[in-house]
Design a protein around this ligand. Structure first.
Ligand SMILES: [Zn+2]
Length: 265
């Protein structure tokens, strides 16, 4: 850790002290080059969903000083390489499937480790914590052998080749057509995107449920068949997977600014 590391509260274990740089996703999962991180608050202030200037450049990849050194090292050692192995397989499949809307593939993975790495990414992406299920999710991440997830917590996945990175802390959204409320957080970085939901249905039917990964043992390496949708990330709005032609059509129809922009916590 560098001497200039900031101090603060670890977003995973809660201890206060020096923080270390947590790559989200792990550095070896195609996250070792400079990235441009958008700022969702600026997007909301400007009332546009299209990419804006004003994000921040991160020379070392996507991430931030969010975890203490101990949590960073433990979770990186326990879960990081399993996640990277899955990302490499997915990137390979994606490279052979140009234009496909879904990718059906069998992966050789440690589901439990992968899921816990995904949980870590949500801890890093949510500076205000994970709300009511924070402690239960934290216990699952800090004990590498723990199984299961808190009731009501959903973990969903998609595949993407879009290089607009999205990280959004938990936000509420109301579908004005049917009154259904949603509460979700999203982390998207190719080749994957993940959505965490709390006590609500999927915000998009194309998202694949991977919550059951938590039922596997830590050391359980399996061959697992999955269908993942290939979704595009073209705006800053979390869970907005419209393609560019769809966005252009909405703009022509006078709906370029989504009526259902998420509200702040
Ligand atoms: Zn910690």
């Amino acid at each position: 850790m560098s001497r200039g590391a900031p101090t603060g509260r670890c977003q995973l274990c809660g201890s206060v002290g020096k923080l270390s740089f947590e790559h989200v996703p792990p550095e070896s999962a195609f996250n070792n080059r400079p990235v441009f991180l958008g700022d969702i608050k600026k997007m909301l202030d400007a009332k546009t969903v299209l990419p804006l200037r004003g994000g921040k450049q991160c020379q070392r990849g996507s991430g931030a000083y969010t975890l203490c050194e101990r949590c960073n090292n433990n979770t990186g050692g326990w879960y990081g390489s399993a996640y990277v192995e899955w990302a490499v397989q997915a990137a390979y499949n994606l490279s052979r499937a140009s234009g496909a809307r879904t990718i059906d593939a069998t992966y050789s993975i440690y589901p439990s480790r992968v899921l816990k790495q995904v949980l870590c990414m949500f801890f890093s992406a949510n500076s205000n914590g994970l709300g009511q299920f924070h402690d239960a999710a934290k216990a699952v991440v800090l004990d590498k052998y723990a199984r299961g997830l808190p009731d009501g917590l959903g973990v969903l996945a998609f595949i993407t080749r879009s290089w607009l990175l999205r990280q959004a802390g938990f936000t509420g959204q109301l579908d004005i057509r049917n009154g259904q409320g949603y509460y979700f957080s999203e982390v998207a970085h190719p080749p994957f995107g993940f959505v965490m939901t709390w006590n609500c249905p999927k915000p998009d039917e194309r998202l694949t449920d991977i919550r059951y990964f938590s039922t596997f043992d830590y050391d359980h390496l399996v061959r697992l068949s999955l269908r993942l949708y290939v979704l595009e990330v073209n705006t800053w709005a979390p869970c907005d997977y419209r393609t560019l032609p769809e966005i252009e059509e909405d703009i022509r129809d006078g709906q370029g600014q989504r009526a259902d922009l998420p509200g702040h916590d």
